[in-house]
Design a protein around this ligand. Sequence first.
Ligand code: SAH
Ligand code: SF4
Length: 411
Amino acid sequence: MNVKDSEHIIAELSDEYEITQNPENADLILLNTCSVREKPVQKLFSELGALNKKNPNAKFGVCGCTASHMGKEIIKRAPFVSFVLGARNVSRIKEALNTPKAVITDLDYDETTYVFKNTRKNPYKDFINIMVGCDKKCSYCIVPKTRGKELSIPMDLIIGQIEKLAAEGVKEITLLGQNVNNYGKRFSVSHPKVDFTDLLREVSKIDGIERIRFTSPHPLHADDRFLEEFANNPKICKHIHFPLQSGSTKLLKAMRRGYSKEWFLNRCEIIRQIPDVSITTDIIVGFPGESEEDFEETMDVLEKVRFEQIFSFVYSPRPLTEAADMPNQVDKQVAKERLYRLQKRHAEILDEIAKNQIGKIYKVLIEEPGMGKSDNFFTVKIPQKDKYLGEIVDVKITNANKHTLSGEVVK
Ligand code: SAH
Ligand code: SF4
């Protein structure tokens, strides 16, 4: 989502600025920030300091989630920063740029009907926001405080944009939101009743769009109708990012995730019936109150689901969140050691998964010379660097390591 926000900012400024890879030469330096964990926030100030040293004449702007929740504090700590622009105010970049010391962090701002100018790095695929904000109250998470309440983008605007992209040659679209399968819950304009499954069906009717991805769905809203559409719609790629967070029902409750370990496992059992499907996930280790037994429940889900990829992190207490004030914080060392065990076991599982890929034939969109992604989200290399670019080809896998498969084009 931050990558897409950055692309929107770049596009909005493209009539006045061009991109440079060289901060020394820049007239304007923008940092688009994350604040999900503490580390990126610390990095912001060290990065700002270093860039200001390199180029004291540039104009500096801080955008994104850290901008949202720190606001003018950023200018206090780094007075050379000219403006601060929150994650829910991306379309106001020019206003920020033209207002001295602007702090634009309005969490109620509605840009769901604003159609951004667009740029994309890759001619064959693009990402598209289908909603803003998040209405969940996950007790560890700062996102609702940086991106505000959840609003869906009107369906005709989404479809219109994707049709335009398809006409430009885009074949793969990824629908973006914090909670995609809650799409349609609330619009800021009057709108017929629709849900995420309806949206998936409409997107798949667009000629030229051959692959549909989405991230992230919430396990709580993964009802049977949605899973049936996922399984049976041939344009939907057979990869689902399905954020677990913890395998312990007790902790899931404290996290306010709204589902149990059993519900998560049951959903995964249904998903695993789809041939060659991939399930990836996010896991937080060391959430307040996590006992050794709770952690073992997470390890148990890892064994049962055998995720194709995990994004796992030690719990990071965030300002403005409920969990930051919980009394039973887990010792950092204990949490780090659990994370190590989790990642080590997952690396073993991944070795086995990789071996099982040999001999399979996957549909791969060749998006860079000699490389692409399979329908089920493996990175796949082919020997031809000068052929098949932008095509979806069948590749027979002949070699596999943890993160990359390689093979021969068979069709
Ligand atoms: N909306 C998505 C996640 C957005 S944040 C969802 O609900 O799945 C991306 C990931 O960051 C989360 O899935 C979670 O695993 C992680 N995360 C969020 N807050 C965190 C915190 N305080 N400490 C550690 N990881 C966190
Ligand atoms: Fe954060 Fe939960 Fe919303 Fe995801 S669903 S963004 S984890 S509050």
